[in-house]
Design a protein around this ligand. Sequence first.
Ligand SMILES: Nc1ncnc2c1ncn2[C@@H]1O[C@H](COP(=O)(O)OP(=O)(O)OP(=O)(O)O)[C@@H](O)[C@H]1O
Ligand SMILES: N[C@@H](CCO)C(=O)O
Length: 323
Amino acid sequence: MYIRKVSSYAPASIGNFAIGFDIMGLSITPYDNEKLGDVVEVLEYDESMKVSNCLVVSGNYAKSLPELPNKNIVYHCLQAFNEILKKKNIEQKNIQLHLIKNLPIGSGLGSSASSVVASLSALNYLYNKLLNPDELLILMGKMEEKISGTFHLDNVAPSFLGGLQLILSNGLSKRLEIFDSWLYVIAYSGEKINTIDARSVLPQNLPLRAHIEHTKNLSSFLVGLQTKNENLVLDNIKDVIVEPNRRVLMPNLVYAREELKKIGCLNTNISGAGPTIFNIVKDIKTANTVKTWLEQNYINKKNGFVKICKLNSGGAVYTDSNF
Ligand SMILES: Nc1ncnc2c1ncn2[C@@H]1O[C@H](COP(=O)(O)OP(=O)(O)OP(=O)(O)O)[C@@H](O)[C@H]1O
Ligand SMILES: N[C@@H](CCO)C(=O)O
């Protein structure tokens, strides 16, 4: 039996939020308050009890994880944290990690980020908040880099800190206030797209025209938030840089966007690297209509799902058996 259990839940997130490739992301939670995110429990044992397996996994998507524990990003998070302890001459506790894998892998819902945030935030809590939130966020980004090949914080920042997060040039993250009444109908098609593959279809250079158009859209989006102009914000949640290249991976996106607009959906875009799409509506009645259309026309009924979500303001949540 363990002597202490620290558990952390890290919510799903919409990476990029369409207008901010690699620099913006939104934390979401289902409208019915169901949980949508991974949980990592750190179990501390008495020194007399030998922990034979430092990582165990369970949950609906545990079977899709790499078979070898050392291929799991949670294992790398533990190793990275142990390295920090070593450098700071802090003795390692006798612990085991339990990952409850609730998010589908390669879904675009920030699945790997959720595992990273849950494990590192739980470990940090167990070690009396050894790292401050900025240091912890950077470490989370480095762990994401191990998976996708690039350092990006657009999933880990919202999952950890909650809300709509904008990554700044100093590497830190800033919360932006977005309309909290908006609903996000997310549709996970059931296919798997690894971020690293979705990045390999992107061009290394941008035409100047695309850069200008994108900058205009991003500026308009930010001004819309600042002046609380909902239409200006909605009109500028769009991606003229990445989406055109990723459409090849998501051939039904444009058709879905056109059809959903006819039934009241205000905005349809790719979540993270896809294949999940997010659809913005302002009321629960339209959300249900959009959900039904997506269930009937967009998702693979065996593995896919559609959920009505809202903004998650809080980010990762801890519980500690000591309290
Ligand atoms: N704990 C983990 N959770 C999720 N993926 C993991 C984990 N450990 C290792 N992986 C590997 O990471 C890859 C999936 O991560 P990836 O970033 O591509 O998808 P995602 O996090 O679902 O998507 P997105 O970042 O677009 O929202 C897979 O190759 C998977 O095997
Ligand atoms: N910004 C990332 C999110 C997925 O991890 C991308 O679109 O590649």
